[in-house]
Design a protein around this ligand. Structure first.
Ligand code: FAD
Length: 487
């Protein structure tokens, strides 16, 4: 018999978006539970939000990590609505909804209607200077190629090469996808990253036919002829920057439930006193009835190592890439390029030092004072880990040189700020889904221990929110039915 007056001590380790979204869901539902929940979020750093960080000064809004989230997955918007943030969401600027890809050092628009890897329209593909005639004809072969019918897992690069050819991969898809996953397309699992394209082949055989049918089905009202590249028209942010979201989540939690500067050293089983003991780097240990590890997978591995080294090994096997984001501002008259788009991605075969540049003050309103321009430059990723090792001075030189060559940025920037994200982006490589399933099977051997975070079920903000909320629901169900979860 459980005591209905005793509260369940739930500890969430990690105060990034995943940890906060899980804690918020637990608190949101706790009013409907028959038992009390004593909720604590432990975060090692002096601030919440994890990779999400916004800095505002002198009229500039600097996104030091994520700058927006996609709206065609509902969980980000739904959470904002529940937090009362709907009025504070802002869309990308409708007048320049397109992106560029670098070809031989020049910025060329991504063909209209080309969404990540499927063209909704043929004319822009036939007329784009990004591909040679041979490359265009090879891409059109998608219309006649048969579907693949074996079950062997395919890499993103392998899939695109098979359907559209090598040139479309190298010149278009690789840079667009690398901009999202900071990954090497030849290692990425298509099934784990963009399964919708597998489904398109399965259901329609040709991706071009599937994309055109989908565009027709949605009708002209929803068609976005100007939209191209990574579907910029479908992204939103918050008026004062992305960190509004973690701040609002924290504000909605019970007072005193969040502990900053609190790094967890390890977790150990503590039966029969309580299921878990959470040992801190500094301070007395805490007992917990249920735990969510919402840290990076490699950090979760360190936490569980003493208790379950085999599980730790599996968590450590999820590879991570590092990246650097440089926010840099210029006066408008220092830049020659018209900046009539949201930014540019750089194919690996261009052999440059940056992955992409986002024209932040064009993409979203009120990101920079009038007469100035705010840009975000992405460096590193799985393809170029060596650039993340450079010191700030070398990164500054690299950024200024690349922006000078690509968009004609001249002279001293107004400022240049560098943010490093070491081992922050998990790589969903071939076998990722099976690997995560194996981790979950091992996890199930431990009572009331849960994993949430970017490493497992999707890297985007809506995916992280969804996974965190699903995890919180599972935890609450286990607390509500102790007999079932112990079985
Ligand atoms: C550079 C970059 C840019 C991105 N841009 C976008 C974007 O524009 N749009 C989008 O949708 N997604 C983007 N993403 C993905 C997005 O950031 C994630 O979906 C989400 O923010 C990840 O949140 P998280 O809580 O899972 O992880 P994290 O933000 O990494 O949080 C993990 C937290 O755990 C804490 N922690 C670790 N170990 C311990 C310990 N021992 N004790 C206590 N605390 C600990 C860490 O300090 C950290 O705060 C980006 C990711 C990166 C890396």
């Amino acid at each position: 018999m459980c005591d209905p007056l005793k509260s369940d001590r739930v500890i969430v380790i990690g105060g990034g978006l995943s940890g906060l979204a899980a804690a918020h869901r637990i608190h949101e539902r706790s009013g409907t539970l028959r038992r009390l929940v004593d909720l604590t979020v432990l975060e090692a750093r002096p601030r919440l939000g994890g990779v999400i960080a916004t800095d505002r000064f002198d009229g500039f809004t600097l996104e030091c990590g994520p700058d927006s989230f996609i709206t065609n997955k509902p969980w980000g918007l739904a959470l904002c609505e529940r937090l009362g943030l709907s009025e504070r969401l802002i869309e990308t600027d409708a007048s320049h909804r397109r992106s560029f890809v670098v070809r031989k050092g020049r910025l060329v628009p991504v063909p209209e209607g080309f969404v990540l890897m499927a063209p909704q329209r043929l004319t822009p593909i036939l007329t784009t200077p990004i591909l040679s005639w041979r490359g265009k004809l090879r891409m059109l072969m998608d219309l006649v190629l048969p579907r693949r019918d074996d079950e062997v897992e395919e890499s993103l690069a392998g899939f695109v090469r098979r359907r559209f050819g090598r040139e479309a991969l190298d010149r278009l898809v690789q840079p667009l996808v690398a901009g999202i996953y900071t990954a090497d397309a030849k290692d990425l699992s298509l099934k784990a990253t963009l399964p919708q394209f597998l489904a398109m082949e399965r259901d329609h055989r040709s991706l071009i036919l599937a994309a055109r049918r989908e565009a027709r089905r949605r009708g002209p009202r929803h068609a976005a002829p100007q939209a191209s590249g990574a579907r910029y028209g479908m992204f939103v942010t918050l008026d004062e920057g992305m960190s509004v979201l973690p701040s609002a989540l924290a504000a909605a939690l019970p007072p005193g439930s969040v502990r900053l500067h609190t790094a967890v050293r390890r977790i150990v089983r503590n039966e029969p006193i309580s299921p878990w003991l959470v040992e801190l780097l500094d301070g007395p240990p805490r007992e917990a009835d249920a735990l969510i590890l919402a840290t990076e997978a490699h950090a979760a591995a360190r936490l569980i190592d003493a208790q379950d080294p085999a599980l730790a090994l599996q968590l450590r096997a999820i590879p991570y890439a590092s990246s650097v984001i440089a926010n840099v501002a210029y006066r408008r008259d220092q830049i020659q390029h018209p900046l009539d788009g949201f930014g540019a991605v750089v194919p690996a075969i261009e052999d440059r030092s940056i992955l992409a540049v986002s024209f932040s003050s064009v993409k979203f309103a009120n990101r920079a004072p009038a007469g100035t321009v705010l840009l975000r430059v992405f460096i590193g990723g799985a393809a170029h880990p060596e650039f993340c090792e450079l010191d700030d001075r070398a990164i500054e030189e690299l950024v200024r040189r690349e922006l000078g060559e690509l968009i004609g940025a001249a002279g001293e920037p107004l400022f240049l700020r560098i943010d490093r994200h070491p081992r922050s982006m998990p790589q969903y490589i071939l076998g990722h889904l099976d690997h995560v399933a194996a981790i979950r099977r091992k996890l199930a051997c431990h009572p009331r221990l849960y994993l949430a975070g970017i490493a497992y079920d999707g890297v985007g903000i809506p995916d992280c929110i969804h996974a965190a909320e699903t995890t919180a629901d599972a935890l609450l169900d286990a607390l509500a039915n102790p007999a079932a979860s112990a079985a």
